[in-house]
Ligand binder design. Structure first.
Ligand code: PGA
Length: 280
């Protein structure tokens, strides 16, 4: 998977700790059966990478997902991976292990990892740089909590997390050199995750502009322009169109609404509608 020149649209699902191998098989069987109901031009959008689709499954379901997706144009990714390639890191998985099961994409720095498992900005940076150097496609997540938003800290928190990922200036340093190719960012306000409270399209656009503004200053205007930034937090088939319509929202990262094949397909259909109708 890689970011197309005009950024395109990426619809990503994050199953979190849901769907073991058996449910994964069932999900893909149903998804395949319903796939022809996508709008006519979806096939072309998918073939040209203007529309890309990815599901981040639990580690134990990765192999089942890769086998069960058959010919469906759905990328399969892991929800985390360690920066080291092997060693004494109980409970972790590595890039080389993912390669063995044909997985080439990884989600990193999700707020649930940061909140419940103590992941730090520095840890997220190390994972991100290592997996990128191992040629993975990486989606790195950032976002503020409700208290931080209410305290007027949104920009400061996003800039702190982004500085963690991109500590040096310039388009060629660290992880920055992969923006526009194999690194995408997901803005996920913590207060909107799993709560049913979505950021309004205006709030999403405003935060995306803050992120792009930081990238402009830190990594340069060309890198900022080609960076793909997704929104995540209580996205549903009902609200996705208004989010994708906003400037700078290049796709969505979806938890709850990605768990059922019909719901996920409705999100993919919205992605297909948005292709071509978006200002970059
Ligand atoms: P949600 O989760 O769509 O269930 O709010 C989003 C996420 O955590 O990626």
């Amino acid at each position: 998977m890689s970011v197309p020149k005009n950024r395109g649209i990426l619809i990503a699902g994050n199953w979190k700790m849901n769907h073991g191998p058996a449910e994964t098989q069932k999900f893909f069987a149903e998804l395949e059966a319903a796939w022809p109901s996508l709008p006519d031009h979806s096939g072309q959008a998918l073939a040209s990478d203007q529309l890309q689709v990815c599901l981040f499954t639990p580690t134990l379901s990765l192999q089942a997902a890769c086998a069960a997706r058959g010919k469906l144009p759905v990328h399969v990714g892991a929800q985390n991976a360690h920066w080291e390639r092997s060693g004494a890191f109980t409970g972790e998985i590595s890039g080389p292990m993912l390669r063995q099961v044909q997985v080439g994409s990884v989600l990193l720095g999700h707020s649930e990892r940061r909140q419940h498992f103590g992941e730090t900005d520095e840890g997220v940076r190390r994972r991100t740089v290592s997996l990128l150097e191992q040629e993975f496609f990486v989606m790195a997540c950032i976002g503020e909590t409700l208290a931080e938003r209410q305290g007027g800290q949104t920009r400061a928190v996003l800039e702190r997390q982004l500085s963690g990922l991109f500590p040096e200036t310039g388009s060629q340093s660290g992880a920055a050199r992969f923006l526009g190719s194999r690194l995408v960012l997901a803005y996920e306000p913590v207060w909107a995750i799993g709560t049913g409270v979505t950021a309004t399209p205006e709030q999403a656009e405003e935060a995306h502009l803050m992120v792009r503004d930081f990238l402009d200053r830190q990594c340069g205007p060309e890198t900022a322009r080609k960076s793909m930034i997704l929104y995540g937090g209580s996205v549903t088939p009902e609200n996705i169109d208004s989010l994708l319509a906003r400037e700078g929202v290049d796709g969505v990262l979806v938890g709850g609404a990605s768990l059922k094949p019909q719901g996920f397909l409705a999100l993919v259909a919205a992605g297909a509608r948005a292709v071509g109708s978006k200002p970059a």
